[in-house]
Write a protein that binds this ligand. Structure first.
Ligand SMILES: Nc1ncnc2c1ncn2[C@@H]1O[C@H](COP(=O)(O)OP(=O)(O)OP(=O)(O)O)[C@@H](O)[C@H]1O
Ligand SMILES: [Mg+2]
Length: 228
């Protein structure tokens, strides 16, 4: 299995008023095409920071991220933004839907940002919402949807541009156990059906049990946890 994601000597410091806050350095790992990988670790070790670097939302202080052989941070900003828009889908703990827009409109945005027009965006968004079994709630606003439904809208939005890489940051952290299980089931199903490579950050051992590959992040490093 060739690696979709290759990380070399990755490091991140956040600038502070005086000096910097070092989160991690020297991270080296790969995630193979089609893998469903999990990242666990205590609060504050840098899991979200890492995901933001893998998704090219933020820049590393040192090191490189290769996505499908492409050196992500060597790209000019416009091309990096295009790669993020087309190749990476993000799902968050608190959904991050825009409250004043309908489910359909929320899912349309990545298509519009990628240069598609409204007709194409609406067609693709409707299909993506049907894929997460929300074809009957396309005109609802986030406040009219349950937490699990809002997360399904967010998953549709993450996948509407058919990315290769899905990054999920504690996607069940804000849901009850049963709803969380359904969301994980849905992510596993979409992962398989769409041939995704997925990386999920979780605090939950039961969620982690679904991951075929697991990493533990601790004080400045990332180590693989052997799986049975
Ligand atoms: N913009 C920032 N400026 C300075 N420090 C930051 C910034 N963002 C995060 N940090 C610090 O970096 C560290 C890692 O944060 P991060 O959010 O990646 O942790 P995490 O592992 O995702 O934690 P959690 O499990 O609570 O979500 C924390 O100590 C945090 O305070
Ligand atoms: Mg976090």
């Amino acid at each position: 299995m060739s690696s979709l994601l290759v990380v070399r000597n990755l490091g991140k410091d956040y600038p502070l008023a005086r000096g910097v806050y070092p989160v991690f350095h020297g991270l080296d790992f790969e995630v193979g095409r089609g893998e469903f990988a999990g990242i666990m670790g205590a609060s504050g070790v840098g899991k979200s920071t890492l995901l933001n670097l893998l998704g090219a939302v933020d820049r590393p202080t040192e090191g490189r991220v290769f996505l499908d052989g492409q050196d992500v941070f060597a790209l000019p900003p416009v091309e990096r933004a295009r790669l993020r828009n087309r190749q990476v889908g993000f799902v968050f703990q608190f959904f991050h839907l825009l409250p004043e827009f309908t489910a359909l409109e929320n899912v349309c945005f990545p298509v519009l940002i990628g240069g598609g027009g409204w007709p194409e965006a609406r067609t693709r968004a409707r299909r993506a919402l049907e894929d997460v079994l929300l074809g009957d709630k396309t005109d609802m606003r986030p406040s009219q949807l349950s937490g699990g439904e809002q997360q399904r809208v967010a998953i549709a939005r993450a996948l509407v541009n058919e990315p290769r890489l899905l990054l999920a940051d504690e996607p069940t952290g804000n849901l009850d156990w049963q709803t969380g299980e359904r969301i994980i089931g849905l992510l596993l199903d979409l992962h398989a059906r769409r041939g995704l490579t997925s990386i999920i950050v979780t605090h939950n051992e039961k969620v982690a049990a679904h991951c075929r590959r697991l990493f533990l992040m601790e004080a400045g490093g990332l180590k693989p946890i052997p799986r049975p």
